[in-house]
Design a protein around this ligand. Structure first.
Ligand code: TXA
Ligand code: MG
Length: 337
């Protein structure tokens, strides 16, 4: 029996967090037959398929409604497999893997011939990571192939951080969902591109960029990538249904009061200790920045479900995990078409 790391704060107690070996064997069978499995990882839930099977990978794009040019992240069970799936692995990749894997760091490297080109949107590069979740890693071992797995949401929407959200989002399109409990990190992996001369940060995420820089011994350039390189970088990505306004923590109360005064229904997401005007829906305050990351997507769902017009959210400091939270909130707040 493989146990998830256990129940975590911010979630109801009724969630089943145990998946049996026989569930995993069934899931591995689904993968080997070209099917799709919803999998828990430490960041968010993924929609997994055999990364070596072009037909299975195409099903992922269809299920997500994702344009076929947007590359998927490929998940491995062991760091020693890295040279089997990527070419010309630089020393910097080995050092980052040693320091951060298993964990929320994706390395973009030259794609090895075993990975279906469809998984990388036809690119010559591949994003590889080793998830820090026993269920994901055991499934990859049993399936015997790397798993291409984007976040298990419809294209452009909020990523799921529990099995129920996967079922609600993609139920009809997925053969099986493995329940590994709520995700421990809650925001997606940090993506570092190591293909060019200098390392580039493509997406801030669960591994702080400060740690990446420490391991590499120098600053990492932040490239403002277009959608062709990283779909998570589309301005309106991670969009909930509700309108989001991102403000400094000290301005949450004032902004919420102004919106209430204008007749809007308002929810507030802010750390403890900030006064909130009467009439606003107060979402559970994140006690730490780790808590903010872990609970962010669930809170966005809650604001949606509550039917408010606007969610006023406090901006965390732009460092450590705060950078990833800020990035996702900015994208949630970005104007949509
Ligand atoms: O934490 C995560 O990374 C989660 C879990 C499931 O592992 N996965 C995830 O996948 O966030 P997805 O597909 O939602 O986001 C993948 C991001 C996209 O922005 C994509 O463009 C970028 O990774 N990406 C993947 N391969 C790439 C490559 N070869 N070059 C540049 N960007 C790449
Ligand atoms: Mg995604």
């Amino acid at each position: 029996m493989v146990r998830a790391a256990g129940a975590r704060r911010g979630h109801g107690p009724s969630l089943r967090t145990v998946t049996t070996e026989s569930d995993l064997a069934r899931a591995a069978d689904v993968i080997r037959r070209g099917g799709l499995v919803g999998i828990p990882t430490e960041t968010v839930y993924g929609l997994a398929a055999d990364a070596t099977d072009p037909v299975a990978v195409r099903r992922v794009f269809t299920a997500k409604g994702r344009p076929s040019g947007h590359p998927l992240i490929v998940h491995l069970a062991h760091a020693a497999e890295l040279p089997a799936w990527a070419l010309d692995v630089p020393d910097s990749a080995l050092r980052l893997a040693a320091a951060c894997w298993p964990g929320p760091l994706t390395l973009v490297l030259r794609r090895g011939p075993g990975i279906a080109p469809e998984a990388t949107g036809g690119r010559a590069t591949v994003g590889l990571r080793l998830p820090d979740h026993p269920i994901a890693r055991r499934l990859i071992e049993l399936a015997g192939v790397p798993l291409a797995a984007p976040s298990a949401n419809r294209f452009g929407r909020v990523s799921p951080t529990c099995a129920q959200d996967v079922r609600a989002e993609l139920g009809a399109h997925v053969d099986l969902v493995l329940d590994g409990g709520p995700c421990a990190v809650g925001v997606e992996s940090t993506i570092v591109d190591l293909v060019g001369e200098r390392p580039l940060l493509l997406r801030p995420g669960g591994v702080p960029v400060e740690l990446v820089e420490e391991v590499l011994g120098g600053a990492v350039e932040v490239r403002d990538v277009g959608p062709a390189r990283a779909s998570g970088m589309l301005a309106s990505h991670y969009a909930p249904g509700v309108a989001v306004e991102l403000v400094a923590a000290g301005e949450v109360a004032g902004r919420a009061a102004a919106l209430l005064g204008a007749g809007r229904r308002v929810a507030v997401l802010a750390p403890p200790g900030h006064p909130v005007p009467r009439g606003a829906l107060v979402l559970e305050p994140p006690a730490t920045v780790g808590d903010y990351a872990r609970s962010l997507y669930r809170r966005l769902h809650e604001a949606d479900e509550a039917g408010v017009d606007v969610l006023v959210a406090a901006a965390p400091p732009p460092e450590g995990l705060g950078l990833a939270v800020l990035d996702r909130l900015r994208r949630a707040a970005a104007p949509r078409d």
